[in-house]
Design a protein around this ligand. Structure first.
Ligand code: ADP
Length: 404
């Protein structure tokens, strides 16, 4: 039997198929460019080549259908039929305040997800479409939702409340939710395993640096604080997002330029961050680092701003945790950009963090330590694997459901 993970977004549906009892995927892929010209399925069997198939005009429902056709294909497929899929694990960005662990999607859970669409208007509607499509095409399978916010449900009130009247939390749900939780949870677990220490008592700062960036303070395997807030806009500087900015500056700009809320939202989420600051017409850190190396002062400043925010958040979270055992880097930038790791940790020797330059620069893959032998704090690079975390949590939800 198998578990299928589905990540349905605005223009793509990603999938991975795992055996029900093992962590090595049998196939994975994506239907991309949904709603655009050139919609296509890219799928790969374990150990095989990626195969591309055009699926013109496919919507999310059709995308799920072609994924299932590919998985069950008589020659190239990996399962005899959809009957082999016993559960689907859906990545869902927002679980609100109520869905704080993986849930089997019954009517009540789906109704609650509908009710919190205003909290995640860019994500949850697509997830709901993915869920509906899987219910239609794999009706016998148990549908499970795994939330990006759930790992941060352990934040104490003093960390998740904002300094505004409490009724805006009670009545409007305005609070820090935190995101990237599936990734932070996965790498925190893998870090404990790598260090050969029980999660209990372990104090970690996990840095997920991809297109979106967030840092989480993890103690005893639980999230204690995290840099993203009510939405994924807060905190670090990101590819196209501003991260922290004084809300008064936002109001000032709106008044001065007559920006609508939608225009301001677009500016902060899509036209700010590294894209706006580096001046290289790209938000890809590879391009920005190359420009900085080639003498662009503007790109250099953007890199320094990016690293500085990571560094000061690590310092803040060392204080929140009352000490530090390891800093973990993950996601596209965290795993692949040694210069960003080096600059983010520069001058943190006073916290006991010392990099080994050669280890840090080494192009090794897989979980690895990059700190100096004399470093009190471990520095780890741990490739994230959100699909595996979703599959594991789906497996758990399934086992719990079946328990008498
Ligand atoms: P997402 O958040 O969309 O899952 P990823 O985790 O894949 O994104 O990260 C994507 C980002 O990783 C790219 O925008 C790019 O800036 C960065 N990246 C990938 N490879 C490298 C590299 N070798 N050096 C620097 N940055 C990289």
């Amino acid at each position: 039997m198998a578990i299928l993970t589905i990540n349905a977004g605005s223009s793509s549906v990603k999938f991975t198929l795992f055996p029900s009892d093992a962590d090595t995927p049998r196939a994975s892929g994506i239907v991309e460019r949904i709603g655009l010209e050139g919609t296509r399925l890219k799928a790969r069997r374990a150990g095989g080549e990626a195969v591309e198939t055009p699926v013109p005009g496919a919507d999310v429902d059709r995308a799920v259908e072609v994924i299932l056709e590919a998985l069950g294909h008589p020659q190239h497929g990996v399962i005899a039929g959809v009957g082999e899929i016993e559960a689907v694990g859906h990545r869902v960005v927002h679980g609100g305040e109520r869905l704080t662990r993986p849930v089997v999607l019954d009517g009540a859970a789906k109704a609650y997800l509908e009710s919190i669409v205003p909290l995640a208007p860019l994500h949850n509607p697509h997830h709901l479409r993915g869920i509906a499509a899987c219910e239609r095409h794999i009706p016998h399978a148990v549908q499970v939702a795994v939330f990006d916010t759930a790992f941060h449900a352990s934040l104490p009130r003093h960390a998740f409340l904002y300094g505004i009247p409490l009724r805006f939390h009670a009545e409007d749900g305005v609070r820090r939710y935190g995101f990237h939780g599936i990734s932070h949870k996965y790498v925190a677990g893998e870090a404990a395993r790598f260090l050969g220490r029980p999660a209990e008592g372990l104090r970690l700062v996990t840095c997920h640096l991809g297109n979106g960036c967030s840092v989480t303070a993890v103690r005893g395997g639980r999230s204690l604080d995290t840099s993203m807030g009510f939405t994924p806009l807060e905190g670090l500087l990101m590819g196209t997002r501003s991260g922290d900015i004084d809300p008064a500056a936002v109001l000032y700009l709106m008044e001065r330029h007559g920006f609508s809320p939608a225009a301001m939202n677009d500016l902060l989420n899509r036209r700010s961050g590294l894209l706006a600051l580096a001046g290289v017409g790209s938000n890809d850190v590879r391009d920005i680092l190359a420009a900085a190396r080639n003498g662009s002062n503007q790109a250099e400043l953007a890199v320094e701003m990016f690293c500085y925010r990571i560094r000061k958040t690590i310092g803040a979270y060392a204080a929140a945790l009352g000490g530090l055992d390891a800093v973990v880097f993950t996601a596209g930038i965290g795993e692949n950009a040694p210069e960003i790791r080096r600059r983010a940790l520069a001058d943190l020797g006073f916290l006991g963090i010392l990099l080994d330059e050669a280890l840090n620069e080494s192009p090794a893959e897989g979980p690895r330590a990059v700190h100096a032998a004399s470093s009190r704090v471990a520095v780890l690079v741990i490739p994230t694997n959100e699909e595996l975390e979703i599959a594991r949590e789906t497996r758990q939800a399934l086992a719990e459901q079946r328990r008498p």
